[in-house]
Design a protein around this ligand. Structure first.
Ligand code: ACM
Ligand code: ZN
Length: 764
């Protein structure tokens, strides 16, 4: 088999050589510019520049490394060999001090010259990244087999909107190879992202070699097993396999250098005082109880954190000495998030420190901890970044705040004149779901679509223009509890990182989601060539049901409108010969609509499926005495009488309505007296998410004064079905839903009132 393939290759090569010589002037067409992130200004001009064996490359001395980077990209990506400066047409790197922004550049392509100008190698590098996107995607995997390529003549003048453009990666929950970290950094740099936030220590593993404390690598870097499935799956099950690893200091240096060559700064995060179980497993004397503890095997927030005794500070200072020597950047991230004060409250040492320092409480003790570490780090010429919890109990004088619990932390810190970086869960957590597809791979929760990421404005409205200057930029966070493999990390990070790159680089006037999606489709080919396992939901079919003049219509749409959607209404899977969708589908009887996007004969999306139940309440009037939560009523109140059931797994879709703690009454007006035989609905019952089916549902018909009080049977199922049969003729139906009550002891959220989630109300 292998021999056969080699023979075929030889024949193919001969054919290609033959074609080349016979079509001497064969030219590849210049790529239409679709640069991501969008440049500040771009003017397309007449003509093309041909990069071929007669093209030279030269640079001012400062940009030699960047010019070499471009030379290697062109020569490795194709059959082209560039000449030096003596060539008649050249690619030229020029220093231009009039470009004030160090990351700014100009790129001019004319038929005789390509000029990249910048005032620093950063800008020159970004000029190269833009030029790279004017070359075919096959350069990305070295398969451009020609010896000349055409580049569209144009002029670009560009600079970033924000100076901090970051991506984070948690290597504590799952550990990733050095090669993968490099790939991640390389892919970031292509998008002009300039900061890699490397989350190196966690409860579940310590991932950086510290020579003075070898047990961090012998003990803290490994856990004895890992939780299987979702945290909410009870009882917890484990895989029984030892898991772990760490980066040696030599590997860290290699990665830092690799990043620096791509204008990426690496910020190490050494978590304190929380998320430190792995460290405590090796050095339990640094905890309050000093009791032995295992490296964590499940996810969550743990009570065992560093004690505030002197030995802890000595340990952390020693660790940071080694860390700071490895990372030349200005910032050290010290974590600071999710540190329960449980142990500190009962610890003699910690209470003594509170007294000694005249502190009010354990929050001020956390401030004392962070401020003390900040002083140490500042004394070494570096600055700290911390998660927004470092605001609690008072902010350390020079700290930069990373706002993750929404944007409140950013607003408070900026008003106190501290630098801030925006990473709110709502827009920047790439561990959330990105699609509402039922078969989406497991994620921690939430829903952060590509469009949501794209819509992010890193400057909170609450800030004045002056205060907004403290916003350095934004960052995408990739927490890896549910990302065991490098493929999965890529799936979660891409293409959301592409959207974020435009959020932080591009200027408002150049932003627009439709235009972005068009450029993204081109960029995906580049990611294909780079073997990136990105998620592609651009072709996913989304359906919306509407009622106008008593007619039910289903509108189908995909993010990309470039390829046809085909559909069926008889429950069969659509094929290339099925009806092509062109206008809303009118539904006059209950049916199952299946639809998919096609590229020729091939399905390029998952199959969209919606059952439409044309029951008697569809499209009628609905009134609620209590408003559902804004977050969990995306489809509006009428979503529960639109003929479409909610997701079986995700209560945050368009179809469920969620109520926080309250009892509520739904009034349906069927618009005329109607024979009613049954009323059915479903309640969500995902107890680990604080969602419980109600304790009671009372149905009444004001016209007949009939009341049907129904208790609900308790169930362990995540969805509880409800159906009641009756025989009435009525126009108005009232459905009173009584909240479950108080979450019982031993359950997540015990002592609180749970949520109630209700699905489609089917009246037949
Ligand atoms: C965080 O997500 N705990 C910063
Ligand atoms: Zn203590």
């Amino acid at each position: 088999m292998k021999l056969f393939r080699q023979t075929t290759q030889i024949i193919l090569c001969t054919t290609i050589i033959f074609l080349h010589t016979s079509c001497f002037n064969k030219k590849t067409e210049a790529i239409k510019p679709a640069i991501l992130p969008a440049p500040l200004s771009q003017t397309i001009q007449k003509g093309e520049f041909s990069i071929d064996n007669a093209t030279g490359i030269s640079s001012d001395k400062e940009f030699t490394q960047v010019a070499d980077f471009l030379k290697a990209f062109i020569e490795e990506g194709s059959e082209i060999k560039l000449k030096d400066t003596s060539a008649s047409k050249i690619i030229r790197f020029e220093k231009d001090t009039s470009i004030k922004n160090k990351e700014g550049y100009s790129l001019k392509v004319s038929p005789t010259k390509i000029t990249i100008s910048a005032s620093s190698s950063k800008g020159a590098f970004y000029g190269v990244q833009s030029l790279r996107q004017l070359l075919p995607a096959s350069f990305e995997n070295n398969t451009f087999k020609e010896n000349s390529v055409q580049v569209q003549a144009l002029e670009i003048s560009d600079k970033p909107q924000f100076r901090y453009r970051g991506m984070h990666l948690d290597v504590g929950r799952h550990f990733f190879s050095v090669d993968f970290i490099k790939k991640y950094i390389d892919l970031m740099s292509m998008l002009k992202m300039n900061t890699f936030h490397w989350h190196l220590t966690e409860d579940q593993g310590w991932r950086i070699e510290i020579k003075k404390y070898p047990k961090l690598n012998e003990i803290s870097a490994y856990r004895k097993e890992t939780l299987i499935g979702k945290y909410s799956d009870q009882p917890h099950q484990f895989d029984g396999k030892r898991y772990g690893g760490f980066y040696t200091q030599e590997e860290v240096k290699e990665i830092v250098k690799y990043a620096s060559d791509r204008q990426v700064t690496v910020i190490p995060e050494i978590e304190m005082p929380g998320h430190s179980v792995a460290a405590l497993s090796a050095y339990p004397e640094l905890g309050c109880t000093e009791k032995p503890i295992d490296v964590a095997t499940k996810w969550g927030v743990f009570d065992d954190i560093y004690c505030t005794k002197e030995t802890t500070f000595k340990f952390l200072e020693d660790v940071l000495d080694e860390v700071m020597a490895l990372f030349p950047g200005k910032y050290i991230h010290i974590g600071g998030d999710e540190a329960p004060k449980t142990r500190w409250k009962t610890c003699k040492n910690c209470q003594r420190v509170i007294k000694r320092e005249g502190l009010k409480d354990e929050h001020e003790l956390q401030s004392y901890f962070i401020e003390r570490m900040e002083k140490y780090i500042n004394s070494k010429g570096k600055q700290i970044i911390g998660w927004d919890e470092i605001l609690e109990g008072g902010l350390a004088p020079n700290a930069t705040v990373m706002s993750w619990r929404g944007i409140k932390g950013a607003v408070t810190a900026a008003k106190e004149h501290h630098d801030v970086i925006l990473t709110p869960g709502s827009h920047c957590y790439f561990d959330h779901y990105q699609s509402t597809r039922e078969d989406e791979p497991i994620a921690i929760g939430g829903f952060t679509s590509l469009e949501k990421v794209y819509s992010f404005n890193p400057i909170p409205e609450e800030l004045t223009k002056e205060e907004a200057k403290y916003v350095l930029g934004a960052q995408g966070n990739v927490w890896t509890e549910y990302m065991k493999t490098e493929d999965k990390v890529e799936y979660m990070a891409f293409p959301r990182i592409v959207a974020l790159s435009e959020v932080v680089w591009s200027h408002e006037k150049n932003k627009g989601f439709d235009n972005f999606k068009n450029r993204l489709e081109h960029y995906l080919k580049r990611l294909d060539a780079r073997d990136v396992n990105y998620a592609n939901h651009l072709y996913e079919v989304k359906g919306k049901t509407t009622f106008t003049n008593g007619k039910t219509q289903v509108t189908l749409k995909a993010d990309s409108n470039k390829k046809p959607i085909k559909y069926t209404t008889d429950g069969s899977t659509p094929t290339a010969t099925s009806t092509t969708y062109s206008a809303p589908i009118s539904v006059d009887k209950s049916c199952v609509i299946k639809a998919a996007t096609f590229d020729g004969n091939n399905i390029v999306s998952s199959v969209f499926e919606k059952e439409i139940t044309l029951h008697k309440a569809v499209g009628k009037k609905i009134n609620l005495d209590v408003a559902p939560s804004k977050k969990y009523s995306k489809g509006g109140n009428a979503a529960i009488i639109n003929g479409i059931a909610g997701s079986n797994t995700r209560f945050s879709d368009q179809e469920w309505l969620g109520f926080e703690g309250a009892d509520f009454e739904i009034t349906l007006n069927l618009e005329k007296p109607t024979e009613i035989n049954s009323i059915a609905t479903r309640f969500n019952n995902q107890n680990s998410n604080w969602i419980y089916a109600p304790s009671q549902v009372i149905i009444s018909f004001p016209e007949t004064k009939e009341i049907l009080p129904i208790g609900l049977e308790r169930s362990d199922e995540t969805i509880v079905n409800f159906k009641v049969s009756t025989k009435v003729k009525a126009q108005i139906i009232k459905i009173k839903v009584i909240n479950f009550g108080i979450i019982p002891k031993g359950n997540t959220g015990a002592g609180n009132k749970p949520w109630t989630f209700i699905d489609e109300i089917i009246v037949e």
